[in-house]
Design a binder for this molecule. Sequence first.
Ligand SMILES: [Mg+2]
Length: 450
Amino acid sequence: MRRNSTNKEGRRSFLKETAALGAGLWAGENLEAYPQNTNTNSKPSDLRITDLRVATVARAPMTCPIIRIDTNQGIYGLGEVRDGASKTYALMLKSRIVGENPCNIDKIFRKIKQFGSHSRQAGGVCAVEMALWDLAGKAYNVPVCQMLGGRFRDKIRIYADTTESRDPKVFGQRLKARLDQGFTWLKMDLGVEMVADTPGAVTRPAGASFAYNDPAQGMFTGIEITEKGIAMMADYVAQVRDVVGMDVPLSADHFGHIGVNSSIRLGKALTKYNLAWLEDMIPWQNTELLKKISDAVDIPILTGEDIYLKEPFMELCRTHAVDIIQPDLATAGGILETKKIGDGAQEFGVPMVLHFAGTPVACMASVHCAAATGNFLVMENHSIDVPWWGDLVEGIGKPIVDKGFITVPDTPGLGVALNDEVVKQHLAEPGFFEPTPQWNVDRSSDRQWS
Ligand SMILES: [Mg+2]
């Protein structure tokens, strides 16, 4: 149940005031019949943040802290810390935002953006930003995408992550099942690990690690794929293409820790399979090396899921070091910053894909941004095979991802409320939006200049 529908006294007094001011706006309507799930009690100018609380969901399939920002008028906003990140990133912002009017989204964002950084460290700032948009939308009774300037599209195209198999026929059939579900864009993982056990497929110093969380970036591992290894990986893609055909866009990710020259030779070998993009072949910080790969390979090169704020994206776009950018809204800086990133990229002729791996809360934040950004292509979803994922929320049509698309909601804010019972069934740790008084005060000088 939405908390804002319970504040009947405030709602009635607001209706009275609005009727006096707005005269015939609702003439002839039964005011009590006005939708109970939309805000009719908020006076936006007097709205103030009173609290920030967290409930962390597990196995969605990622671990995702959902935040709730409460106000003095009974309405609340939902946001989400980036998958895998600490809830502390959001909680440490509570003392900086309590007392603020949540409708002043950009002002608050500029106040707290100093506490974010790349990848998961941006999770708190972005969660708060999402929740502010949800609150502003509820306060003014409009969907977030409308506040961003309106829609370029009513449905958001989705691609689904799909469980890997080293057998290309098995994996091809899994992708074929995605087509049968209605998906119109496919994605595969294509890691050097799949050939690493084959003698003669990979040249590497003894002990060099392929591990995803190994701290050495690909350029510093000394790992290079041989002609034999590249031929094996290209053959894998060929067999997958045999199953799904050439007509559907097919993206590839998770190449593993390989160097620039291996990236180029592998990319060239994959050209004839016309992949939609090659993702994060080397880490995003290496603009000139990415440009070297992009210039040599005739398949779109993509990066962006770990980048915080617009400026690094603009550097990648201005230099055309990548062909496509892929911000994750829960890392990039939230809804407005991600729209700015998309709009900025568009000026350089660069399209935007949205990375996403969270709950329906951050999903809907991404959907509103995708709806309102012209150069958007497609958005990720990791949770198609998690049966209760959509049940975490109510207020929108189900299934949320329907035949490969998400319908942009018309309801205020993000357009979803939590289903408390389902969220409680999937908590990563005890505690469902418990009080957080220990975060009320944090004695600190936050100013970055003198
Ligand atoms: Mg990725």
